[in-house]
Design a protein around this ligand. Structure first.
Ligand SMILES: [Zn+2]
Length: 200
């Protein structure tokens, strides 16, 4: 993990800003696999249209409303970059050899000079008929936590994770606090998003 963090910190050393690169940044929950960056010679084509799975729309709308209400609104440019918010039957991450991946934010063409070539995709692991993913029950609060986590990566551009046990939505593991006081968890999440936004 330390190696992963070092690679993340110095990843710009490995990239040329003059070359369009394929950014493959995985931001997962339950498994700390944000990064690594895998440059490619070819940029990835931008989807011609935005795809939001219908039953995930309410989560996106709730996130945007909560973000605005707490002083950390999502910018239009960032929202435009979100080209997909979709279910996936399974999510495999490069280098992932343990843990369960419940969702991820993928960033593409991140170094493209033309902003219209940059886009992001959020994938959410689809529960089975028993509402389970890898032994984890995906109840409504858990699903909301997963969505807020990945949207924190993709819409607020939060990189990496907060420490496990901190009780943060941006922890690499699901916070147990979601069952106790989701409103408090949500509030601290957007405080974090606002803080990192103002620090830039
Ligand atoms: Zn993550």
């Amino acid at each position: 993990m330390l190696l992963l963090l070092i690679v993340l910190k110095y990843r710009w050393l490995f990239l040329s800003r003059n070359v369009l690169v394929y950014i493959f940044c995985l931001s997962t929950i339950l498994l700390l696999a944000c990064g690594p960056v895998a440059p490619s010679e070819q940029p990835v084509a931008v989807p011609s249209q935005t795809t939001i799975d219908s039953d995930l729309v309410p989560f996106l709308e709730a996130y945007l409303a909560d973000a605005s209400a707490t002083g950390a609104p999502v910018g239009h440019e960032r929202l435009d970059e979100l080209k997909m918010l979709v279910w996936r039957d399974s999510i495999q991450a490069a280098g992932a050899d343990a843990g369960v991946i419940l969702g991820r934010c993928r960033r593409f063409n991140e170094n493209a000079k033309d902003p219209s070539q940059r886009f992001r995709v959020v994938e959410i692991a689809r529960p089975d008929h028993q509402q389970m993913v890898g032994g984890i029950r995906i109840d409504s609060l858990t699903l909301k936590t997963i969505l807020y986590h990945e949207l924190g990566h993709c819409l607020h551009d939060f990189r990496g994770h907060r420490p496990v046990g901190e009780g943060s939505i941006m922890s690499g593991e699901l916070p147990a606090e979601r069952f106790h006081d989701f409103d408090k968890l949500r509030h601290s999440h957007f405080q974090l998003m606002r803080k990192q936004k103002s620090s830039r």
